[in-house]
Design a protein around this ligand. Sequence first.
Ligand SMILES: Nc1nc2c(ncn2[C@@H]2O[C@H](COP(=O)(O)OP(=O)(O)OP(=O)(O)O)[C@@H](O)[C@H]2O)c(=O)[nH]1
Length: 623
Amino acid sequence: MRLESKPGDWQQNEKLTCSLPVFYPIFMKHTRNFCIIAHIDHGKSTLADRLLEHTKTISEREMQAQVLDDMDLEREKGITIKSHAIQMDYHYNGEKYTLNLIDTPGHVDFSYEVSRALAACEGALLLVDAAQGIQAQTISNLYLALDNDLEIIPVINKIDMDGAMIEVVKDQIIELIGCKDEDILLASGKTGIGIEEILQAIVQRVPAPTGDPEAPLQALIFDSVFNSFRGIIAYFRVYNGTIKKGDKVRFMNTGEDYEADEVGILKLGLQARSQVDTGDVGYIITGIKTAKDVKVGDTITLTKNQATEAINGFEEVKPMVFAGIFPVVTDDFEELRECMDKLQLNDASLTYETETSQALGFGFRCGFLGMLHMEIIQERLEREFNQTVITTVPNVSFVAYTTRNEKLIVNNPAEMPDPSKIDRVEEPFIRAQIISTPDYIGNIMTLCLGKRGMLINQSYLTPTRVELIFEMPLAEIVFDFYDKLKSSTRGYASFDYHPLDYRQSDIVKMDILLNGDKVDALSALIHRSRAEDFGRKLCTKLKELLPRQQFMIAIQAALGSKIVARETISAMRKDVTAKCYGGDISRKRKLLEKQKEGKKRMRQIGNVEVPQEAFLAVLKLND
Ligand SMILES: Nc1nc2c(ncn2[C@@H]2O[C@H](COP(=O)(O)OP(=O)(O)OP(=O)(O)O)[C@@H](O)[C@H]2O)c(=O)[nH]1
């Protein structure tokens, strides 16, 4: 994200409406491409539903049915109907307009995809919750929209709520984007207030798309979905030219040629058309079977009559967080591999390679866009593929330079070379933006400085809202930062971050030993200043999480050969079922079954049984 864009520049987009080319056809004049941006839970989905209902794109009955159908359909066919993009017809002043609503994923893990979706629009509805006011993602999404030169329509949403502070939030918005009082719309996605005004504003204020229908085809891919019958369906926005069914097309960044088996527009489902024109949003099916071959941000052109340039801004999305995923039962490794292969077919941003751990056997080292992405993948493996897996400590990607000046990318603590062979290590830094009421500045500073953050800027957005900008190591955010921020500000602070660069850092490897055996899956890479404290807390947490056994268990944390912390779990004296002997047999069975259930996610390491929670203990360290 470029941060140079200044809030207040927002009205400059008028230039777009005035510079229409002479060949500007009527269908483009009546097209509007827009998205809805907001902080999480400010009511995006609910408002989108009302827009679809109001324009009769989806009837009330379908809306109900749709919500119910969605999960099954998505599972069976991989089609997401309401998200991604949908076209509405809207009649205004006796003329029919085509409004394309492009949905954005909204979470920082997927911010590259958000920026591509925004690039396919000319305008954005900026929703702000009337009770909560401006939050961190309101601002970061606004900046993304400004970077893409979008016309911003500010909307105060949820005005039906008792706690709505319309005037206060109006002032916040005026301060932030420099608009006029009358530019701000008032709405409630729940009751339907303001929906007609929003649709009118989209037609009146969002510029119609520009472009040359006669020029060579340039269509930007802003999203793709996987359909098990039809392969990958790519969603695009046509900037110049026309795409027709049967055309031979080229994906400019991957350099691959395909045939357009089907093209069309996105209504409640896919609607095939003979062609999709300049300025419009549509889909293409080419028989591509894997998500890897369709990259968000790529440009589609024709094989003959190619565009000379791709639409700029294509970027390979890089994983930010890495963790091991292992089958609970070692024999299930091949089955897990098949599931990972299938999962990657429809999620190109998941990367994985085989990993061997002494403790856990064969598994995969996976790369994720962020912690949310990691949770989603784990959940999908369990729900859709019925796998029971153990996930290990997540870590960021470090860069180690050896004394021979080789550069190594370290995505796994086990790959970190011996300290004697390392010249220096670099770690990724992020720019964190925190917005809060001024009462909590002290707590936020303590938290962020404790996480090796540096305060870069502090500014008051309004007298009651302060924005703090820090530069911090990504590794510090990955663990428990967000929860800590919420608890130290009683939920008042909101937070967003963006990657910055790699910086030299004193990183060491912390090993954990159980009864003297090093458990590689519990190793972590950590800053030296935090290592001893981290080791102590981790040992204490592991003591809580490891079940007692018939013998004593020593838990040790070590930096190289130096033990920095130790805890002991004493031996269990009695058999858990002993008290049931001679008693009720069904009670005994229940107890044994309960134990079996608990074993599901246990791994035997040496002679110690380690439950899944222990592998992620790092995420739950006490203060
Ligand atoms: N009172 C009131 N509640 C609303 C309104 N719009 C949405 N909500 C509620 O606010 C919550 C969040 O709404 P969503 O539409 O899911 O918000 P969202 O921005 O799409 O959320 P994410 O997709 O999670 O970012 C839900 O519980 C809604 O019922 C509104 O206009 N008034």
